[in-house]
Write a protein that binds this ligand. Sequence first.
Ligand SMILES: Cc1ncc(COP(=O)(O)O)c(C=O)c1O
Length: 365
Amino acid sequence: MIINFSNLQIQYQKYKKRIDANLEIILNKSNYILGEEVELLEKQLEKFTGAKFAITCSSGTDALLLSLMAIGIEPDDEIITTPFTWISTSEMISLLKGRPVFVDIEPDTYNINTELIESAITKKTKAILPVSLYGQPSNMDDIQTIANKYNLKVIIDGAQSFGSTYNKKSDSNLGDISITSFFPSKPLGCYGDGGAVFTNNEVYAKKIGQLRVHGQNRRFYHKYIGIGGRLDTIQAAILLAKLPFFPKELQDRQRVADRYTKHLSQFANIPVIRPNRSSSWAQYTLKVNNRDELRGKLKDKGIPTSIFYPVPLHLQECFKYLNYNKNDFKVSENASDQVLSIPMNPFLTNDQIDYVATNLRENIK
Ligand SMILES: Cc1ncc(COP(=O)(O)O)c(C=O)c1O
């Protein structure tokens, strides 16, 4: 049996008619920058998330950059985040000459351990930047309470969690600003790079919209130093075609996760989703003791796996200047040694899920 990690081919075949039709319209019009497709997508994203403003952009990484620029991060400002995530989160803080201040994660959700946040706050702290890892929001009640107490901004890295909820509210409609990524393998992916920033704050929304086009407030007039960070019109057209199918895809990701959990809960450290949250299941990630051996055995059976993330950020060469050491964030380090993501996408059949789970059960230690 051949198992596909993300199944983007099947996805395209399923939605081909709508996607091709939308692309043809763009190609015939030959309008490739912004335009009505981008505007319409932003309206639909606002409707889907409940956020007042959705501003699409060129990637999740640029969405983080634009958000940090919008809150006015200055050199040496400190932003509290976790070391167990994709690099973009801290990379963009550092790129703006701010300082990522790491706190460790919870061992079962892999999200920021909110009990550790207050002790990391200093006079220089400007914001908290939680990551909704693998698709599940962090403990936003705690984070918002701390942010209110110390007058900090909250930016959510929801690159992996579009479609997830916290107390029934979209992850994109929490904090001061929330971002997502439309990288092809993300829960809602385009067919290239793309991202979006969400906020209920009109001032931020206007600023982010301008920063996205080189800080222009009107053509050829530059209010800010910005970036070339637009979403391609072609990518907007693809997302417009895919968005109507997304709620069903989320249901199917939940179906896959539930079936994995049913098979594996007695045998492995399965993902834990807190009762007040839903995950968009960007990944289904286990913790195992015999990862290398297990990966090899699964590979032999045609089952691809991934490791998100094998090296936590505080141990990356580029962050040496932050002066962190091994054992500073033991939960993150332990996760890096043990996590294993197994195939997760809405198109896995029950037979395929059973095949993956059976092979896992036979080889897991
Ligand atoms: C947690 C996290 N943050 C940020 C990003 C960056 O998104 P993009 O790849 O669209 O730049 C990703 C994507 O991999 C991610 O997983």
